[in-house]
Design a protein around this ligand. Structure first.
Ligand SMILES: Cc1cc2nc3c(=O)[nH]c(=O)nc-3n(C[C@H](O)[C@H](O)[C@H](O)COP(=O)(O)OP(=O)(O)OC[C@H]3O[C@@H](n4cnc5c(N)ncnc54)[C@H](O)[C@@H]3O)c2cc1C
Length: 439
């Protein structure tokens, strides 16, 4: 056993909802020493990435230093490390720069990454929305396009104000609605010379409805709200290719665009492959009902990286509440192991599913029975559930002030173009959509 000054040692890979939930639970036990490893020095609040991307919130509103979270707990040590090797048998992880950590228990909570499903050009040319860096890059690209159109309005004819969003799940719907609000409500105040009425938002999804897990009534509500926001929804259609200056749809249509946003799905983080265990749907690794890996009782998989079965045997969805609760439950089982007590099976407390479609429009299916509400009530439910996922009281207060401000004001948040590389566009590099010489 790799005890530290007599304390048992737990190594956690990933400081997202799952890793944080696990570390916070263990932090209350002075006879346990925790090493929390993350490639970033911050916890990012993924549900609000789209608000950073569309300039409603600043990055600092949704990212919190992991060291600050545990500043008062000297039995939790946070280290910056990108884990590239996992040895389940010895409960050891290694980083590419030579770091090595072994524990009495190991928790893998490395989350997920975008899944491009082999779509040609998507990894290089689209803007995924799964990390803080993704969100600030997308914000810079949107603002960069506006700056260029301000100087040369003819660029609109070449797709400069066409936004293509791939994926009609919560992320795609939220970002589509937020761009619609941005174009209608906040941009005209600052970009006086840009004809935002010529902006076009395309939302493309292979399925027959948006936000599939909700009811038919909710599907109607989402379609209506997005239509009001000027979003052009294309169902039963996929994006087949993404080029630097255009996207090709499965029906053969070509959309000139310099901003294709990828919200098309996720798969498990590469750490899942490093485990050497069989990977199921979305590359996730199956865990036992107690959240441990089969044959490796001291090694746990929690949050998005794991396939966790629900009461009906179907895998639980990749949600913040599943991640947070599974992280805490793994911590309880680790403590039970240390105390020689039996472990408990994980029982998920379903708080429901919800999505924001705009500043005041939302849908929520609340509680275990998924009682559905739309509009302001759903908006309040969204705020409540997501505030409960936030790490600290300060974050909760600041975010709620910002959300309230956002709801009642029509001025934008931080329209900051801070990633010049993401904003830079070479208009000559995509002949497929260049106007013909005669035009
Ligand atoms: C855009 C978006 C919107 C969402 N909206 C909602 C929502 O409204 N409500 C909801 O409930 N859920 C939502 N989700 C889902 C929810 O955010 C995830 O289910 C949840 O974040 C999963 O938590 P996790 O801890 O498993 O992984 P993550 O939160 O992804 O955390 C994983 C951590 O591991 C770190 N990491 C990864 N690989 C390594 C490595 N090799 N070495 C070291 N560190 C590593 C990462 O830096 C990260 O900090 C959304 C997700 C996205 C992407």
């Amino acid at each position: 056993m790799s005890s530290r000054n007599g304390a048992r040692h737990v190594v956690i890979v990933g400081g997202g909802f799952a890793g944080l939930g696990c570390a916070q639970k263990l932090a209350d036990h002075q006879d346990v020493h925790v090493t929390l490893l993350d490639r970033n020095n911050y916890h990012q609040f993924q549900p609000l990435l789209y608000q950073v991307a569309t300039s409603l919130l600043a990055p600092a509103d949704i990212a919190h230093s992991l060291r600050a979270v545990f500043a008062a707990q000297d039995n939790v040590e946070v280290q910056l490390a990108e884990i590239s090797e996992v040895d389940l048998a010895s409960k050891t992880v290694k980083s590419s720069d030579g770091g090595e950590w072994s524990g009495d228990a190991l928790v893998l909570a490395a989350g997920s990454q975008p899944n491009f499903f082999g779509t040609q050009g998507a990894p290089e040319n689209s803007f995924p929305l799964y990390s803080l860096n993704n969100a600030t890059r997308l914000r810079s690209r949107i603002l960069g396009l506006l700056e260029q159109v301000d100087r040369d309005p003819k660029l609109i004819d070449r797709g400069a104000l066409n936004f293509v969003i791939v994926g009609g799940g919560p992320t795609g719907v939220e970002v589509a609605g937020a761009i619609g609000d941005m174009i209608e409500l906040t941009l005209p105040a600052e970009y006086h010379n840009v004809d935002t009425s010529r902006a076009h938002i395309y939302l493309v999804d292979l399925g027959d409805v948006l936000l599939k897990p909700f009811s038919d009534k909710a599907h109607g509500y989402v379609a209506k709200v997005l239509k009001e926001k000027g979003v052009d929804v294309h169902l039963g259609t996929s994006v087949k290719e993404v080029h630097t200056g255009h996207a090709v749809l499965s029906d053969g249509r070509l959309i000139p665009s310099r901003c294709v946003i990828w919200a098309g799905g996720i798969k498990a983080a590469p750490v899942a492959t490093e485990c050497g265990l069989a990977q199921g749907r979305g590359g996730r690794v199956d865990v036992q009902p107690d959240l441990a890996f089969d044959g490796h009782p001291g090694v746990y998989g929690v949050g998005d990286i794991a396939n966790i079965s629900g009461p009906d045997g179907k895998p639980l969805p990749q949600l913040g509440s599943v991640a947070l609760q599974s992280g805490k439950a793994a911590a309880e089982n680790i403590l039970a192991d240390f105390e020689g007590k039996p472990r408990k099976d994980f029982a998920y407390r379903d708080k429901g599913i919800m999505a924001m479609i705009g500043r005041t429009e939302a849908i929520a299916a609340i509680g275990k029975k998924h009682h559905e509400v739309h509009g302001p009530l759903a908006h309040m439910a969204w705020l409540g559930v997501h505030a409960s996922l936030m790490t600290g009281t300060r974050d909760k207060i600041e975010a709620i002030i910002d959300w309230g401000w956002d709801r009642f004001s029509k001025t934008g948040g931080p329209h900051v173009l801070d990633q010049g590389e993401a904003a830079a566009i070479d208009w000559a590099d995509d002949p497929a959509v260049m106007p013909s010489p005669a035009s």
